[in-house]
Design a protein around this ligand. Structure first.
Ligand SMILES: Cc1cc2nc3c(=O)[nH]c(=O)nc-3n(C[C@H](O)[C@H](O)[C@H](O)COP(=O)(O)OP(=O)(O)OC[C@H]3O[C@@H](n4cnc5c(N)ncnc54)[C@H](O)[C@@H]3O)c2cc1C
Length: 529
């Protein structure tokens, strides 16, 4: 990777959060970065759509792991507070079932325990407290050696856990399914279902995902935030900070091939034929797209091919402005199907479920503070993102309208069973299916979280930042440490670290300023000091 007297150059392919974070870390170290994004704007899955003249977040809506963004912005010489207004949520989510019962979970653990006690009895409240201790322990054990590590391995995990051998690794509960483990804490099937749903935050099925993923419940307890102006604000802030550090942004620039010379990635060729030379190429598209050969044969040969039967969940979403009758929505709401096992069996078989669990993000709703609404949403139609899980087999019209219509009917019927009546109108509704997601994110077939996690070793088998081709790196939700906005951001930081380390070792080049260091903010506690 000869750099000979000039700043090294990097091309980042894709402006999702992983690509943006990578571009920022490289630029602040003195690398000349060009970011090529095929869409008209950066953000990737963080996208807003216009419905009935109003902007609606149509991708992620739940922001956690604030420390990830604090670290990234601080290392870039600014602060999260300067770039974004985040508001912590006191009410994490409102949950409803077809039997008419409802339960709110809160940021404050004891408030949730009291709510669970009133909902299902004192034994379940005790089970919840125990579950919280358990999920916090798992989180603490894997946060540093797995989430914050650029390339975790089983021996590395065992060593850093200091558990006195492999036996101790059982404490992270990798050997049984989430669903099974939850049965130890909750007798009430509604609570088991509620906490099992956290598997879907990682695109996985709670009946096959390792119980280690119960740590996600703890991640929510460390805090859930809303972003003023919507989640797109995060992408805008990352783009702004990147620009201030000199990142050259090319939107509408689809990369068709990674150029290879002398066995090394030497730049990219755009779909229009333009060549951009670079010392390092970082692909933020899905690893499956690279493996399929969408960026050329040399890049395809350089990555692990993700197994088709390991694709994570997709989704069917309705971004709409709609009248809601029934109980008051909070920001995040979930209405549960009556048969969770049947729902996930259908998804695993590649079908839309006969009765899906429904998530509703009410984007005009704020928080509920100590029992009183922090603000009352104006009466009348409100902005909603309604989401149900779907199998990852989108593309080429794979999902057809009769199937989608049946799922839509089942979705709104389930909402009615749970006490909510929504009136959608065609002019104020935008439906997105796995077909559209597959077209927006090439190579994914609509899977929105990369690969699903079945056994714990799946997490260790994920592709890391480095590939088999020198100079070619990967960043994003489909590679280590996995999907979700903060995790994909971390993957971008891991990729930047790998690029900088390789530039230093092969070209003798030294990063500017911070020497390429990354924040020491605590992955273990979520502390931001
Ligand atoms: C409906 C939905 C709901 C979600 N909910 C949540 C949530 O509540 N909380 C959460 O944390 N996460 C959630 N996620 C997951 C989260 O959005 C993703 O894990 C994360 O945003 C992925 O970021 P990324 O860095 O992998 O890039 P992506 O967002 O996947 O972006 C990749 C970018 O690369 C571009 N690209 C691809 N190929 C090329 C090419 N050849 N040339 C140029 N550009 C290219 C694409 O256009 C895209 O902009 C959700 C996702 C979806 C879709």
């Amino acid at each position: 990777m000869a750099v000979s007297g000039r700043a090294p150059r990097a091309v980042v392919v894709g402006g999702g959060v992983g690509g943006l974070a990578c571009a920022i870390d490289l630029a602040r170290a003195g690398v000349a970065v060009t970011l090529c994004e095929r869409a008209a704007e950066v953000g990737g899955k963080l996208r807003q759509v216009a419905v009935a003249g109003r902007s609606i977040d149509a991708g992620p809506t739940v922001l956690t792991m604030r420390w990830v963004f604090e670290g990234l912005f601080a290392d870039a010489g600014t602060t999260l507070a300067e770039q974004l207004t985040l508001t912590p949520m006191e009410t994490l989510a409102r949950h409803a079932w077809a039997d008419g019962s409802r339960l709110d979970l809160h940021a404050e653990l004891e408030r949730s325990a009291d709510a669970i006690g009133a909902f299902a009895g004192a034994a379940e409240a005790r089970g919840f407290r125990e579950f919280c201790r358990h999920s916090a322990t798992i989180y603490r054990m894997v946060a540093a050696p797995f989430i914050a590590s650029a390339r975790p391995s089983l021996p590395g995990l065992v060593g850093s856990l200091g558990l006195g051998g492999l036996g101790g690794v059982f404490k992270i509960d990798f050997h049984r399914s989430m669903w099974r483990a939850l049965g130890d804490f909750f007798r009430d099937p509604r609570l088991r279902q509620l906490f099992a749903r956290y598997a879907t935050y990682y695109g996985s099925d709670p009946f096959t995902a390792p119980a280690t993923l119960n740590l996600i419940a703890h991640v929510e307890q460390l805090g859930v935030w809303t972003v003023e102006g919507g989640m797109i604000g995060l992408a805008t802030a990352l783009r702004r900070v990147g620009a201030s550090l000199g990142v050259s942004l090319r939107c509408g620039a689809e990369v068709a091939e990674v150029a290879v010379q002398g066995g090394k990635a030497r730049g990219v060729v755009l779909a229009g034929g333009e060549a951009i030379a670079a010392d390092a190429v970082i692909v933020n598209g899905d690893v499956a797209a690279v493996a399929e050969g969408r960026l050329g044969a040399a890049a395809a040969a350089a990555v692990k091919t993700p197994a088709a039967d390991r694709r994570s969940l997709s989704a069917l979403t309705w971004a709409c402005v709609a009248e809601v009758k029934g109980w008051p929505l909070v920001r995040h709401n979930v209405c549960f199907s009556r048969d969770y096992a049947a729902e996930f069996a259908a998804l695993a078989a590649g079908r839309l479920p006969a009765e899906p669990t429904v998530y509703i993000c009410a984007q005009d709703r704020g928080d509920v503070v100590a029992g009183a609404a922090a603000y009352t949403a104006a009466a009348g139609p409100q902005r909603l993102l309604i989401l149900v899980n779907a199998p990852p087999c989108g593309g080429e019209g794979r999902f057809r309208h009769p199937e989608i219509d049946a799922c839509q009917q089942a979705t709104f019927q389930l909402l009615r069973r749970c006490g909510l009546d929504l009136t959608l109108t065609p002019e104020a509704t935008l439906l997105t299916t796995p077909n559209e997601l597959a077209a927006l994110f090439p190579g994914t077939h609509g899977a929105i979280y990369g690969a699903a996690t079945r056994g714990f070793t799946d997490t260790l088998r994920r592709q890391g930042a480095r590939t088999r081709l020198a100079g070619l790196y990967l960043a994003g939700g489909s590679v280590h440490p996995g999907a979700g906005v903060p995790m994909a951001t971390l993957s971008g930081r891991h990729a930047a670290q790998s690029v900088l380390a390789d530039l230093a070792s092969t070209a003798g080049w030294r990063p500017a300023g911070t020497a390429g260091g990354t924040s020491t903010r605590s992955a273990t506690t979520g502390a931001t000091g």
